[in-house]
Write a protein that binds this ligand. Structure first.
Ligand code: SDX
Length: 407
């Protein structure tokens, strides 16, 4: 008589279907001490997002997420020095980025694809690659945090047909993380205001509990695979237009509306009619809606206000129209979405408008999301490795039951 427990047979019974949540909606899939995402508030390790956005820097938030506490001044200086020292890329990674120029120009690869491959090469070069211990994972987290902006900057230089900026030092060691990211892309040091806005955007994007890309990274880490592999999975997941890719698609949608209706039609019925046509065709409007936030994304108004602030004084006329006109169009679209569909913008909508005002190329919006979310991903990978249980849910089988192979 077998004494081993016989696992419950898979069932197709209706009660199983009732328990099944498509897309794991509303399912608590694990415990975490890193972040809480609720309609009431968004907190990173106990600190509320409005407090962090107003009073912290991205480096401080990165330390908070990775180390678990607010850094002392001495800890912060040490952390910043370690990250600055790790900014430069190994020549093999830079050579790959330079070789990807043709794929980027032809559209065979987009920046998110090249970033994913470059991170995979970083894994081959990292002395701690196969070590999932706490100290090794922390060292790898800082290296990834440091090097991803350099990959983004070098990639933009290649796209622009320019010489690599900061090849030796990974940018300007005197610049903070967010400012250096802009410097690496353009060769120009950003104004204090631009540096602050990009810094806050990185704080807002840093972490968001079990979102699709973070959960992907945790599933990979849960098999005891390595951090670089888990981050590559996170990058692949974030690229999708239903997730991080929405910040690029939201700006492309606004450019489409502006092309279709023209600047003078902003505020008129022409925009309402454009939106109605989108509703009639069941089009998903990028930058709107959220699986958890059904009454608004805490992060969106923070970034919208900052972005609109620089748009008000901007004179670059991104896309041939005054930056403020883009925000007015965005605000009209937001109003229509709220009035007609009761759907709020998520953080990706103001991000698109803000980065466009700053002259950041649209295909770099989601890579910049990676430059921030690497902190959340690495914190979750470390948490998963430190107290692991393989993540393996069940499926509700809907295929044919036993069919005889030989009839
Ligand atoms: C991010 O999870 C996170 O935390 C992610 C993130 C993070 O920080 O990690 O916050 C970052 O990814 C933000 C989301 C970015 N994605 C987009 O902006 C893409 C557009 N949004 C939608 O695809 C949608 O809102 C989702 C995917 C974000 C959420 O979808 P859900 O929870 O599965 O909701 P749903 O698609 O079932 O929508 C419910 C209804 C549907 O209507 P019906 O089909 O039932 O009639 O609302 C409609 C949807 O059609 N709807 C939309 C819409 N979002 C929802 N209709 C038009 N446009 C939209 N954007």
């Amino acid at each position: 008589m077998s004494t081993t427990a016989v696992p419950p047979a898979k069932t197709t019974k209706p009660e199983a279907a009732a328990a099944f949540a498509r897309g794991l909606e509303g399912v608590i899939a694990g415990e975490s001490a890193i972040c809480s995402v609720e309609q009431g508030k968004l907190i990173y390790r106990g600190y509320e997002i409005h407090d962090l956005a107003a009073n912290a820097t991205f480096e401080q938030v990165a330390f908070l997420l990775l180390e678990g506490h607010r850094p002392s001044d001495a800890e912060l200086q040490r952390f910043k020095a370690e990250v600055v020292a790790e900014r430069p890329l190994h020549p093999a990674v830079t050579a790959f980025i330079e070789s990807a120029g043709g794929w980027l120009a032809s559209g065979r690869a987009v920046p998110m694809d090249v970033l994913r491959t470059a991170v995979s090469i970083l894994g081959h070069l990292d002395p701690d690659a196969q070590d999932n211990s706490v100290p090794a994972n922390l060292r790898k987290s800082k290296r990834l945090l440091a090097k991803i902006p350099t990959i983004i900057g070098h990639m933009q230089n290649v796209i622009d047909g320019k010489a690599i900026i900061g090849r030796e030092h990974g940018g300007d060691p005197a610049l903070d993380h967010a400012a250096n990211l802009l410097f690496l892309m353009t060769g120009a040091k950003p104004t204090r205001e631009y540096a602050r806005v990009i810094d806050v955007s990185l704080i807002l994007y840093a972490e968001h509990d079990f979102n699709a890309s973070t959960f992907t990274s945790r599933c990979i880490a849960g098999t005891l695979s390595d951090m670089h592999g888990a981050v590559c999975g996170g990058i692949a997941a974030l690229k999708g237009s239903l997730h991080g890719g929405a910040n690029e698609m939201a700006m492309e949608m606004l450019k489409e509306i502006m092309r279709d209706v023209g600047e003078k039609a902003i505020g008129t019925k022409a925009v309402d009619d454009w939106m109605q046509r989108a509703f009639d065709t069941k089009r998903k409007l990028m930058g709107f809606g959220h699986r958890v936030y059904k009454n608004g994304d805490h992060r969106a108004p923070i970034l919208h206000k900052l972005g609109r602030g620089i748009a008000a004084t901007d004179s670059k006329n991104p896309g041939g129209h005054p930056a403020l006109k883009w925000f007015e169009l965005g605000e009209q679209v937001q109003k229509i979405m709220l009035d007609k569909k009761n759907i709020h913008p998520n953080v990706d909508f103001p991000c698109g408008l803000t980065y466009y005002t700053m002259g950041i190329p649209v295909p770099q919006y989601t890579p910049i999301f990676v430059a921030s979310r690497i902190t959340g991903w690495c914190a979750h990978i470390c948490e998963q490795h430190a107290n692991n249980r393989l993540i393996r849910p069940l499926s509700l089988y809907t295929g044919p039951t036993e069919t005889k192979w030989n009839g």
